[in-house]
Design a protein around this ligand. Structure first.
Ligand SMILES: [Zn+2]
Ligand SMILES: [Zn+2]
Length: 210
């Protein structure tokens, strides 16, 4: 295991500064490694992490584990919680870790000389015992691991929008193979017109002003 200090150093580099939630991310990942018996950081796909928020904590998790979105070993399911589930992809053991209800108030006690709450959390979270900092649950995933990971070699084409779908993410609706957007999970609506590169017009404006 890498020492916490060097993990936080790497995380802070990625994040441009160190903040309390990066420490939570890093320490929850180290705890997960201990509980699952996995050496960290990892260069393989033995560990899959499902983080329940984006942002600061995830940078700590990445620095501690080596798991990344691009490496398909880290997923974000944005529930707005500084929580994450760590899955051993060989044994399928899964544990979910979330900061304890008292983590914030205990951090303030740990760092009585801090200038404000933020600094108290920054200092306290680094030294607090893990059992005070986190609540750890053994969980079962409600989709199979194979389904979550998907099929990297698979390609399909949506029979409604015609766009390609990879990783086996297509779904069947009314006997049609469709993408999740066309199945009703869309997060956007297509507006008219083709987007034009805006920087060129800005550049022209700047030049003409001079
Ligand atoms: Zn931050
Ligand atoms: Zn579609």
């Amino acid at each position: 295991m890498q020492p916490l200090e060097s993990i936080l150093c790497e995380s802070a580099k990625r994040h441009k500064h160190l903040c309390p939630r990066q420490i939570l991310g890093a320490r929850m990942a180290l705890l997960a490694g201990e509980v699952l018996g996995l050496e960290l950081p990892r260069a393989d796909k033995c560990l899959l992490i499902i983080a329940e928020t984006d942002g600061c904590a995830v940078d700590g998790i990445i620095a501690a584990t080596g798991c990344t979105v691009g490496g398909r070993t880290l997923r974000i399911l944005d529930f707005g919680k500084v929580a994450a589930t760590f899955v051993d992809t060989y044994t399928e053991d899964a544990i979910r870790i979330i900061p304890s209800d008292q983590s914030r108030s205990l951090a303030l006690i740990q760092a009585p000389n801090a200038r404000n709450d933020w600094e108290a959390m920054l200092l306290g979270y680094q030294v607090m015992p893990l059992e005070d900092l986190f609540r750890c649950q053994h969980v079962g995933l409600n989709r199979s691991l194979a389904e979550i990971i998907g099929k990297p070699s698979k390609r399909a084409r949506c029979e409604i929008c015609g766009e390609e779908i990879i990783n086996g993410r297509e779904v069947l609706r009314n006997h049609l193979v469709v993408c999740r957007s066309c199945a009703g999970e869309n997060y956007y609506e297509v507006l008219g017109g083709v987007p034009k590169p805006r920087w060129r017009t800005n550049l022209k404006k700047q030049v003409s002003v001079r």
